[in-house]
Design a binder for this molecule. Structure first.
Ligand code: ARG
Ligand code: ASP
Length: 722
């Protein structure tokens, strides 16, 4: 090997260990097929993705906008995660029929429960439309002119694209706006809940185990897609029939071993793999720590109440889990970036980039200034980006009463603009919408959260950006608890009965009262400070960053010609592949690739809401009543990990073997590798999947819903079971 090549390989180990990447399925044959086959794939690119004939892609859908699901029977049976179905299952639950707590299994089609609002979106076809999208666009164009030209082009593409009545068109930018792809989609809206295990299986380990390996969660739930008699998407009707997909996945009970090929097919949401070092440092050293500190306070305040009162616990458990999910991920991300040398890796890459740019006249002319300008802009935007996070995290996302105030604002503004006419008749509507807010709301919890958040806000937000106002308000009330207490005693917002009484009054009274409500005026002061002092700077700097990121993306692709680039995730269909593999995060620590039911029992802690185990599962374990779902060692596999490059949105994605058969269900990533959205490192980053044998074991042996397995396609073993 030439010295230079060796150096490059040292700098970019990803070239040696060619794993990682969320690949566009349209280009598998050109970009990936060879490598996939060398890793063990036994089928061909067009078995995975084809437009003219059925392929695996026809079994994959985006579930409910943010997750992935897959067809596992010819009759529209859909598999996804428990945490993806959670909202829908909660909606269908009541105190008497608590499907979250107890699980549920429809015994026949009549018992499949319509889940209003739940969607399943399939991709009929996709196309690279870059040339048309960028028609008439030139390098020298101003950004605004460029965007308006592109918008015109996209509108034209939409008009010219042939599609059926029941299809939709999506056009998405790829590679930071350097390429555009078109998707023709079909969205089904009659999706019914078929079954889920109890939370003690589907959410086993809850927040403590979240983002952590070894894992023992049976994170799955099942739905069925229904269609009109013509097999096309249709609004809910009891006359609808189970959808017959072009393709459903075969299921293999063969299991996996270290080193086996696997791939994950789904809808990853967002990654930022091509940022400069300055940007990922900002995330890891400034923004993540701030957001973590804010959520720390909110979670601590909530936790105190949840431990004291089981009713509060029920009301807040979903909210707590969702706040804790990102909180924990950011913590893992900031640690991982530092521990595994992400900054050094980026800076070595940038040094090589600069060296190559300097050497070529052509590159030098085009890319010379990119990195220095990006660094300057990231430095300039930092205080504003931080202030944005403080505002969003402390005043909106984690602060219920202020976020309600923000929600009411559009109402108040509309009253000011359109007068009484706007209000007339809308009050009932508003009351119904507030129902959702108050259902799981406890003013005493929110008051404590408010006090905690305002304290950290005042400590960190510059005086003139809202920090000073909060400090003064606290001083006037003898501190942050005093401030919270005064506000919650005088505001209408935290109290359902008071709000309902208010809404029954004359529109003018409603509007005036809301406008003068202390929670509303408090939010308004902070929001105005944000709109005046922070927003304009963001609006000035962000587009400049976006423009340079687009150029930097193109530059990286031009300068590192030897490297393959996958586009950052953007909620479109992608394939990632790799191997089943354990990992070694620290000196002397090695994690194996597979967990077992015995591990569930090791973690079992009777009565603990995170680690309780249902009696029936204990009985099956004691009796070793595992049916065909144990492996050759006589144990039931529960979870496994691999080097598939996944992110949020990949939850519920199928894990497939070398033949394209379903072997597991993706649902999480390992703690040390949560940095993968900014810095995928094949040595450390692992995705976590539930083993399909655990899923079928629970359905069949635990839930007694084996009739569902009859409609699935269990493929004969391709190799001897271990
Ligand atoms: N961390 C996983 C994801 O990002 C699972 C989240 C659901 N589980 C939980 N305990 N909150 O979505
Ligand atoms: N748990 C994530 C999801 O819900 C997956 C991940 O972030 O790895 O999509």
């Amino acid at each position: 090997m030439k010295k230079r090549t060796l150096l490059i390989l040292l700098l970019f180990p990803c070239l040696l260990n060619a794993q990682g990447g969320m690949w566009v399925p349209l280009h598998l044959e050109k970009q990936n097929e060879k490598e996939m086959q060398s890793l063990g794939l036994k089928i061909e690119a067009d078995d995975i993705f084809a437009i003219a004939q059925p392929s695996l892609k026809d079994a994959i859908c985006q579930f409910n906008g943010g997750c992935t699901g897959e067809m596992i029977s010819p009759e529209g049976l859909l598999l996804t995660n428990h945490h993806c179905g959670f909202g829908a299952i909660q909606q269908l639950s009541s105190l008497e029929n608590n499907y979250i707590e107890n699980g549920y299994w429809a015994q026949n089609r009549e018992q499949e429960l319509p889940a209003p609002g739940v969607t399943a979106m399939f991709i009929a076809r996709m196309e690279d439309v870059t040339a048309l999208a960028l028609l008439g666009v030139s390098e020298s164009m101003a950004e605004e002119a460029r965007q308006s030209q592109i918008d015109k082009n996209l509108a034209q593409i939409r008009v010219n694209t042939k599609k059926e009545k029941w299809e939709d068109i999506q056009i998405r930018p790829f590679y930071n706006g350097n390429q555009y792809y078109l998707f023709v989609t079909q969205t089904f809206r009659d999706v019914r809940f078929v079954g889920a295990p109890p939370s003690s299986i589907g959410k086993f380990g809850a927040d403590t185990d979240n983002w952590v390996w070894p894992r023992h969660t049976g994170d799955f739930s099942m739905f069925r897609v229904y269609a009109g008699k013509d097999n096309l998407p249709a609004e809910y009707s009891k006359d609808n029939v189970p959808f017959r997909p072009k393709k459903h996945l075969g299921i293999s009970l063969d299991g996996v071993r270290e080193g086996d090929f696997t791939m994950v097919f789904g809808f990853p949401g967002r990654t930022d793999e091509y940022l400069p070092e300055a940007a990922i440092r900002q995330v890891g050293e400034v923004l993540d720590p701030a957001k973590v500190a804010i959520r720390d306070r909110a979670l601590k305040a909530m936790d105190g109440f949840m431990r004291k009162d089981p009713a509060v616990k029920i009301a807040y458990v979903a909210r707590f889990a969702s706040i804790a999910n990102a909180w924990k991920k950011w913590m893992g991300e900031m640690q991982g970036l530092k521990t595994y040398g992400a900054y050094e890796k980026k800076s070595a890459m940038e040094a090589e980039f600069t060296r190559r740019v300097e050497k070529s006249v052509d590159f030098k002319y085009k890319y010379n200034n990119l990195l220095p300008r990006l660094r300057d802009l990231y430095r300039d935007i930092e205080p504003y980006a931080l202030a944005r996070d403080y505002y969003l995290e402390a005043c909106l996302r984690n602060n219920e009463v202020l976020s309600l105030a923000a929600g009411l604002n559009s109402w108040i503004e509309s009253y000011d603009k359109n007068g009484e006419a706007f209000f007339a008749g809308k009050q009932k509507d508003a009351a119904a919408r507030l129902e959702g807010f108050y259902k799981d709301y406890r003013p005493e919890v929110d008051e404590a959260v408010f006090a905690a958040l305002m304290e950290i806000y005042a400590e960190n937000m510059p005086e003139e950006w809202g920090g000073g106002f909060v400090k003064m308000a606290a001083a006037k009330n003898g501190g942050y608890s005093g401030l919270a207490h005064t506000m919650f005693s005088n505001s209408v917002l935290p109290y359902r009965a008071k709000m309902e009484a208010l809404l029954a009054k004359e529109p003018a009274v409603v509007a005036e009262t809301l406008k003068n409500d202390p929670a509303y005026t408090f939010w308004k002061t902070l929001s105005d400070a944000y709109q005046e002092k922070i927003q304009p700077k963001l609006q000035e700097l962000q587009p400049q960053i976006n423009l340079l990121q687009r150029q930097y993306m193109a530059a990286q692709m031009a300068v590192f010609k030897e490297k393959r680039f996958f586009p950052d995730a953007n909620s479109t269909l992608r394939l990632t592949y790799g191997k089943v593999s354990g990992y070694s995060p620290r000196d002397a620590v090695h994690y194996e690739e597979q967990t077992y039911l015995d591990g569930v029992m090791e973690k079992y802690s009777p009565g603990d809401y995170e680690f309780d185990v249902p009696q029936r599962l204990i009985d099956l374990w004691k009796a070793k009543d595992y049916g065909r779902y144990a492996d050759a060692s006589g144990r039931v596999p529960v979870g496994f990990i691999g080097t598939n490059h996944t992110t949020g949105g990949n939850s519920g994605s199928p894990a497939l073997d070398a033949y394209g058969n379903l072997i597991g269900l993706n649902f999480d990533r390992v703690w040390e590798g949560t940095m993968s959205d900014l810095n995928y490192d094949p040595a450390i980053c692992r995705n976590i999947m539930v083993d399909i044998r655990y899923i079928l074991f629970i359905i069949d042996k635990y839930a007694g819903a084996g009739y569902l397995i009859n409609e699935m396609n269990l493929v004969k073993g391709k190799r001897k079971r271990k």
